[in-house]
Design a protein around this ligand. Structure first.
Ligand SMILES: Cc1cc2nc3c(=O)[nH]c(=O)nc-3n(C[C@H](O)[C@H](O)[C@H](O)COP(=O)(O)OP(=O)(O)OC[C@H]3O[C@@H](n4cnc5c(N)ncnc54)[C@H](O)[C@@H]3O)c2cc1C
Length: 430
């Protein structure tokens, strides 16, 4: 049996970062033909598409330094341009801080709700929110919850926010105070809110440029593509690959937790039961090429909370970085609602209608091609079972020398930066 100090499963950002930061022998195995995971970029007829967004937001100086070292002078900084389309009008993102422009009756409902919620919070006379729906009502009020937070998030996950805990919201959902909500309703917002007010992006090659640069730093003899193990024995400390046993001292896995459990031949029943409780919505989106240079009024992405659209967000990577599309043309990514039952034809005609109605294109002929994509893992559903089940599984593996990391290995909602930090932390724990 061949022995390795460390085997890393998955060459997405978390696996690549583990390998880069590990000071010793390792073998990294990736089931696809090239590294990058969710950050791979697809080239269709000169249009470069990511798995939807993939804008780099950096907060940790270690990751900033890493990116600067890997891609010196090759990143551009982009100031976010994002909007919401509802009730037939565009408003600025985030909805809750930019109500200006909404029809008067909607604006009144949102403002009255926000004021009532602020009074309630100030009184201290309320129960802690038991789920994301209650959290949204408490922090934004009934109107904002009804017109944006609830319908948008229901489309994203395919389940009601009442089924989701408020666990992930602190970082990703900006909370304006009542003064900011009033300013936003009057069109007087002073600052862009939220974690993604500006972002970095490679000037050339799409976001995969980052994963490629990380991979190039690795010892290529220690990496195998098209390599997914058939099984894992945590008690035996080995995996099987092409029928051969490879043993390890430590294993770092960035596989989705349920996939890791399925791979494990000696996982106990309690771990299989915990795994069965984990829920995640799949990722479904459409890559679209347009024969116009700057759709969506130049916005990088638009949120669409209303159920009449089978998609919840439409973005244009080439609006942010024009090199992602051929000259004079542009690209869109259209993120499909997880509760949508619309057929592909219906989705495309609804999209075309939306683009014509809002002035992005004049006719359906300007849609050059569309390509539907699916990925089994999209957004972890943080329901009541999630935290305990996830912890039980992760602790079980950690006891056996197996660290489960990354977006789906850690079973979380995270960013590319977090995935890189997961790798740094895993290497340091080893
Ligand atoms: C729709 C969407 C949009 C996003 N947008 C942004 C954004 O704008 N900004 C941002 O910072 N982050 C964004 N993210 C988050 C970002 O993509 C992730 O945090 C990061 O890419 C996760 O990296 P990872 O290594 O944890 O996982 P992954 O990229 O999923 O890597 C796991 C790897 O394991 C491989 N693998 C799977 N099974 C096996 C097996 N059995 N054997 C071997 N290998 C296997 C996979 O092929 C893959 O390469 C977005 C995520 C999604 C879903």
């Amino acid at each position: 049996m061949k022995k390795h100090d460390l085997i890393i499963l998955g060459a997405g950002l978390s696996g690549l970062s583990t390998a880069m930061h590990h000071k010793g022998d390792y073998l990294i195995l990736e089931k696809d033909e090239r590294p990058g995971g969710l950050t791979r970029t697809e080239d269709i007829e000169g249009f470069l598409f990511n798995h939807t967004g993939h804008w780099l937001h950096l907060r940790d100086p270690r990751v900033t330094k890493l990116v600067n070292d890997l891609l010196p002078g090759q990143m551009v900084t982009v100031e976010r341009k994002a909007a919401v389309y509802s009730n037939g009008v565009f408003t600025l993102y985030p909805f809750q801080a930019n109500l200006y422009g909404l029809p008067k009756e909607v604006l009144r409902e949102c403002l009255q709700g926000a004021v009532s919620a602020a009074i309630k919070r100030a009184s201290g006379d309320y129960d802690q929110p038991a789920n994301f729906l209650e959290y949204a009502k408490l922090h934004f009020g009934e109107g904002i919850a009804r017109h944006f937070i609830v319908p948008y998030n229901t489309k994203l996950w395919g389940v009601s926010p009442a089924e989701v805990t408020a666990e992930w919201t602190q970082r990703f959902v900006p909370i304006p105070d009542i003064g900011q909500i009033v300013d936003g309703a009057l069109g007087m917002s002073k600052e862009a809110m939220g974690y993604n007010a500006s972002f970095l992006y490679p000037a050339e090659g799409g976001i995969e440029t980052l994963a490629k640069a990380m991979f190039d730093r690795l010892d290529q003899d220690k990496a195998r593509m098209n390599s997914a193990p058939e099984s894992l024995s945590v008690n035996g400390g080995f995996i099987t690959l092409n029928g051969q046993k490879l043993s390890f001292d430590k294993l770092v896995s960035s596989l989705a937790l349920p996939d890791l459990v399925n791979l494990t031949v000696d996982a106990p029943d309690r771990i299989r039961k915990a795994s069965a409780l984990l829920r995640c919505s799949p990722l479904r989106y459409v890559n679209v090429a347009l024969d116009v240079p700057t759709p969506l009024h130049g916005n990088h992405w638009i949120y669409l909370p209303e159920s009449k659209y089978p998609f919840y967000r439409v973005g244009s990577a080439s609006n942010a970085v024009p090199a992602l599309a051929p000259p004079g043309k542009s690209s869109l990514y259209v993120e499909l609602a997880n509760d949508s039952i619309a057929s592909k034809d219906d989705i495309i005609s609804s999209l075309t209608e939306f683009l014509i109605e809002t002035g992005s294109i004049q006719s359906a002929k300007q849609v050059l091609f569309t390509a539907f994509r699916e990925h089994p893992w999209g957004y972890v559903i943080f329901d009541d079972n999630c935290a305990n089940a996830r912890q039980e599984i992760i602790d079980f593996y950690a006891d056996k020398g197996v660290l489960s990391i990354g977006r789906y290995g850690g079973w979380t909602y995270n960013s590319m930066e977090d995935a890189i930090i997961d790798g740094i932390n895993a290497a340091s724990r080893i």
